[in-house]
Design a protein. Structure first.
Length: 552
């Protein structure tokens, strides 16, 4: 028997458990399940002390801005109030307003008189998840070190891709003497570091968005900043256009239209004359190349890598630069830099540490290739090779990638249908385990699909077809995103077409504004809301059963 906290012993819960739902997908999934089963009692387990995930109060900081725009960064059932004009630029805004919005969202009182926040248990760190007798046994420790065990028939894991920091192995860190902080803790510890008079020189490691934000914050605080980016990694970041054109507030808004999305190289594109022409004919490919070149020129012009009057090496940040200058110190070799603090924007690892190796294999989650049977490896190698041939035939532009540093993954890729569902287990789903652009939008449509899936509202294809679909994801992700797609879950530019695909499986479209508006206006959360209402009106809320489980 496990030792458990006394306040939890007698709780009886109906429906499914949610793990780490402070992230966007978990909040949305809980709400969409309640949309179908409003009287369900659900267990929502959150590791952090508050909601929000990346956007929690603990993680946000002054230099943290959204990469999405007003009107497209909200859930389908609650419009977001526009932030003050001084905190916006071309429709983008400070991340703190997303935090406020999420807090408002979970504080709404539903028809049963309760809120999502009231259903959440905070400070629960999941230690292990096992399948015992057809049920999921979830072992947690709380903030006091006490143990709680949950047993559930259905489980949604919304721990996502930003819960487990990927810290670099820095030799000699014990002797360094100064703070070494990951971007996930920068909101909590960054203000003290930047305010400290003893911290005059700061090194920022890696080249992602979180590194951009920390570099900007440190420079604004008057620190001398060295930016260290590996030449063997995915390289320096590119700086996209802020201001939009043609009536769109910004490039993000334009990219969120079905028309622009159809120009993207995507396995989720509808098969029609336009996508066949633009991606499969020499004339169409030439047209797309000219359009991409024009966007590229505009991005370089706005960033002005080489035209800035600076001796700090900014010109070496240009994203096709063959090497990095001494201003951006590599941590290998003979170069040394003086630094009082190190800020690590080194990303995250998939938060799957609570599953043992056998469950990782059984559920199609990333695992060491050496741990799976040889027959399994052989099957997926064949499927992925066949899928790769299909991708190269369908999208000739992806067949011959430009020279680039290749960083092979040490694990197998994700093998989940639609990026969420294991192929051999209908009792568990994984949300927010895809890397995508508009996270709130994708969180909402994933949540709709998940709620329908657990309510028997989706007819799945055969196992053979699902395996082919998974292999296609893997091959496409690796071709489209190169080293950043090794895990087979990168759909950074597929938010719109991915949403279309999931809605199709729900039997709805989200269209209804008229053909022209549906094509050229952004695919918005309101459109998702229209689709969700359509699904429920078709009988979605009457599907499925309630599943009981207890805290033991």
């Amino acid at each position: 028997m496990y030792q458990v906290s006394t306040q939890s012993v007698h709780m009886t819960i109906i429906a499914c458990a949610f793990l780490y739902p402070g992230c966007l997908s978990g909040i949305a999934a809980a709400q969409r399940y309640l949309d179908i089963h409003p009287n369900a009692k659900i267990a929502i387990l959150e590791k952090d002390a508050d909601i929000g995930g990346v956007f929690s109060r603990r993680r946000i900081h002054d230099g943290f801005w959204t990469e999405w725009t007003i009107g497209l960064s909200e859930f389908s059932d609650l419009p977001m109030k526009s932030p003050p004009e001084q905190d916006c630029r071309h429709g983008f805004y400070k991340a703190e307003y997303t935090t406020q919005y999420l807090e408002e969202y979970v504080s709404r009182v539903d028809e049963t008189g309760r809120t999502l926040r009231e259903r959440m248990s905070f400070g629960l760190d999941v230690q292990s998840i096992k399948e015992v007798g057809g049920r999921w046994r979830i072992l947690c420790t709380d903030s006091h070190g006490d143990t709680e065990a949950y047993v559930a028939e259905k489980l949604m894991v919304a721990s996502g891709l930003t819960s487990l920091p990927d810290m670099p192995d820095l030799v000699g860190k014990e002797e360094f003497g100064g703070p070494i902080v990951h971007s996930g803790d920068f909101g909590e510890h960054g203000p003290d570091i930047l305010a400290s008079e003893t911290v005059k020189k700061i090194t920022v490691i890696s080249g992602g968005k979180s590194s951009d934000d920390m570099v900007y914050a440190a420079v604004k605080a008057g620190k001398y900043v060295s930016w260290a980016i590996r030449t063997t990694g995915t390289g320096a970041p590119f700086f996209a256009l802020g201001k939009g054109r043609g009536g769109y507030k910004n490039a993000f808004e334009a990219a969120h239209t079905r028309m622009v999305a159809s120009m993207n190289l995507s396995i989720f594109n509808a098969k029609n004359w336009w996508t066949t022409f633009s991606h499969g004919t020499s004339a169409g490919i030439a047209l797309l190349k000219r359009m991409m070149a024009a966007v590229d020129v505009g991005m370089r012009k706005e960033a002005d890598y080489k035209g800035r009057k600076s001796e700090k090496g900014f010109e070496k940040m240009e994203y096709d630069a063959p090497s990095l200058s001494p201003n951006f110190i590599t941590l290998e070799g003979d170069g040394t830099i003086q630094s009082d603090a190190i800020l690590c924007g080194t990303g995250w690892k998939p938060s799957l540490q609570f599953f043992d190796s056998q469950l990782l294999i059984a559920l199609g989650l990333p695992h060491l290739p050496s741990s799976e049977p040889a027959a399994t490896t052989k099957k997926w190698t064949r499927l992925t090779q066949d899928a790769d041939k299909h991708i190269c035939g369908t999208y000739p532009m992806l067949a011959n990638p430009p020279p680039h540093p290749h960083k092979p993954s040490t694990t197998t890729p994700y093998r989940l249908y639609q990026g969420m569902a294991p192929l051999h287990n209908r009792s568990i789903l994984f949300l927010n385990h895809v890397s995508t652009g508009n996270k709130i939008f994708v969180a909402d449509v994933q949540a709709m699909w998940a709620a329908a899936y657990f309510s028997d509202g989706i007819t799945l294809p055969s196992l053979v077809e699902m395996e082919k679909s998974v292999a296609l994801w893997t091959a496409f992700s690796r071709r489209r995103y190169l080293s950043a797609g090794e895990l087979g879950n990168n759909i950074a530019f597929e938010s719109v077409t991915y949403a279309n695909r999931l809605l199709e499986e729900l039997g709805v479209s989200g269209r209804g504004k008229g053909q022209r508006r549906d094509l050229f206006e952004p695919f918005s959360p309101r459109d998702l809301g229209r689709a969700w209402r359509e699904y429920r009106e078709k009988g979605g809320e009457n599907m499925g059963l309630n599943f009981e489980y207890q805290i033991v």
